[in-house]
Design a protein around this ligand. Structure first.
Ligand code: NAP
Length: 241
């Protein structure tokens, strides 16, 4: 049963300028949360702000920060805590997919995927944990993928990054649980965003909507603290045959 009010809490959503992260930021603001969103592109961030701000009573901050760069992520997290007076929630959502056979993917592309989807999450957690501890607890939600448990051809980099993220999340969950910091990871199937095709309308008739992932994130944050849905799979009810 969801019991906790989120009003007045502070969250940072990485990759909150488009897709799932944008929907999560909107849902949090609608619940009265003060939200900072990050992304690489200043243009994406300024386009996102007017889509998030009117969603509700919470306020929003946009911060340019590449999750691959520890210094940039730390600066964004420290700035969020300074602006809103602390940090309660970290949603690690920023992620990319480059899909090619192992024989064809370049070492640079491999590093880009692993650095964003796996090391980027480490960077943000490492920078956020002191703030969550100062607050007496908090919640970290990592947006993984069903690709982390169902590997497929052409997906070695992406699937490995998400499988690594799943293991990272479970280890971290065990490290910080007695500090009142909860860690969950969500594994969505296909979500209707611009992620793989660049066209968010493609497959929107059968894919998960970004708002469905956002609902799940909000429900996790509101979940009764005595128990923890630590790993959640979310799939289209009727995937294309
Ligand atoms: N869409 C799906 O089918 C699906 C399924 C399962 C899991 N997921 C996961 O869900 C997450 C979000 O995906 P999405 O579909 O919403 O993708 P999306 O529409 O492409 O949005 C990705 C967001 O992440 C940001 N981003 C990318 N690289 C970044 C970096 N290095 N540092 C900071 N921000 C960065 C992007 O902004 P900038 O480009 O401006 O940096 C954008 O705001 C990813 O982790 C993805 O793996 C997606």
């Amino acid at each position: 049963m969801a019991v906790q009010s989120l009003h007045g809490k502070v969250a940072l959503v990485t990759g909150g300028s488009r897709g799932i992260g944008l929907a999560v930021a909107r849902a949090l603001v609608a619940d009265g949360v003060q939200v900072a969103v990050t992304g690489r592109s200043a243009a994406h961030l300024s386009a996102a702000r007017p889509k998030i701000e009117p969603a509700g009573p919470g306020s929003v901050e946009t911060l340019q920060a590449d999750v691959r760069r520890y210094d940039e992520v730390k600066r964004a997290i420290d700035a969020t805590a300074a602006r809103f007076g602390g940090l309660d929630f970290l949603v690690n959502n920023a992620g990319i997919g480059i899909f090619a056979e192992v024989a064809a993917i370049t070492p640079e592309q491999w590093a880009e995927v692993i650095d964003t989807n796996l090391t980027g999450v480490f960077n943000a957690c490492h920078a956020a944990l002191p703030h969550l501890r100062r607050r007496g607890g908090g919640f970290i939600i990592n947006i993984s993928s069903l690709a982390g448990k169902n590997p497929f051809a052409d997906g070695a980099a992406y699937c490995a990054s998400k499988a690594g993220l799943n293991a990272f999340s479970e280890a971290l969950m065990q490290e910080v649980r007695y500090d009142n910091i909860r860690v969950s990871y969500v594994m969505p199937g296909s979500v209707a965003t611009g992620f793989s095709s660049g066209d968010e309308t493609k497959g929107a008739d059968w894919k998960i909507a970004p708002e469905d992932v956002a609902d799940l994130v909000v429900n996790l944050l509101r979940h009764e603290p005595r128990s923890l849905p630590s790993r959640v799979e979310l799939r289209p009810s009727k995937p294309r045959k």
